[in-house]
Design a protein around this ligand. Structure first.
Ligand code: GSH
Length: 217
């Protein structure tokens, strides 16, 4: 069985979703990389992945697999014909790969910087400006995804069929600056993500990772 180091709402969410959809059993080890508490799970995570990031996966033979997209592609290879991605040779495959890798290459690093601006620059003003810059860059990246993919209203990002790309977008658009602002620059990308996360097969794990907010009043 796979061991998945993760934390609710973090990047481990997409790996959990892939495992559930593919029927891949996994054991989840709770590890919050931002926690400063002594935690044996964090020690295990650091041993496996000195960058101390989740998702981190241990394969049954002890091999360490990090990087969300590497994990997803490995899982998809293990479950060919799942329908969660265009298969090799499908004309949609290059577009799928382009935008799947775009997420951790262009957008996710904005959180690596913006989550802990004090890691990168000194001074509150500089940190605030740096964080703002990461949000602006994130919005620009979503805008470019909308323009590049041109998703049709009512469809998923690659057309009629939901792929793991839709769910990855559903996870990241839950993060700063969140859906309402992202929707302004990428309405059909957000719509596809919102549709994908309604998939009943992942309802339970999605609600745990992103609990519904109580109504204000
Ligand atoms: N490139 C990695 C990024 C993973 C990542 O940055 N995860 C965040 C949590 S969502 C993390 O662990 N951050 C802690 C840190 O960077 O110190 C991936 O795609 O899996």
């Amino acid at each position: 069985m796979l061991t998945l180091f993760g934390k609710d709402g973090f990047g481990s969410t997409i790996v959990e979703a892939a495992c559930v959809l593919l029927g891949e059993p996994y054991e989840r080890v709770e590890a919050d990389p931002f926690s400063s508490e002594d935690d044996p799970n964090l020690e295990r995570l650091q041993q496996a992945n000195p960058l101390m990031q989740v998702p981190t996966v241990l394969l049954p033979d002890g091999t360490v697999l990090t990087e969300s997209v590497a994990i997803i592609l490995w899982l998809l290879e293990r479950h060919p014909g799942s329908g969660l991605a265009p298969e090799p040779g499908d004309p949609l495959r290059p577009t799928f790969l382009r935008w799947l890798v775009y997420l951790p290459a262009a957008i996710y690093p904005m959180y690596t910087v913006g989550d802990v601006p004090e890691r990168w620059v000194n001074g509150e003003d500089a940190q605030r400006l740096l964080k703002e810059a990461t949000v602006n860059r994130t919005l620009r990246c979503w805008e470019l995804m909308e323009q590049g993919l041109k998703p049709k209203p009512g469809q998923f990002l690659l057309g009629e069929t939901m792929t793991i790309l839709d769910l990855y977008v559903a996870m990241v658009t839950r993060w700063r600056p969140r859906r309402d602002r992202i929707r302004q620059v990428a309405p059909n990308v957000v719509a596809a993500a919102e549709r994908a996360e309604q998939d009943p097969r992942i309802a339970e794990l999605w609600a745990r990772n992103f609990p519904p907010k109580p109504a204000e009043g």
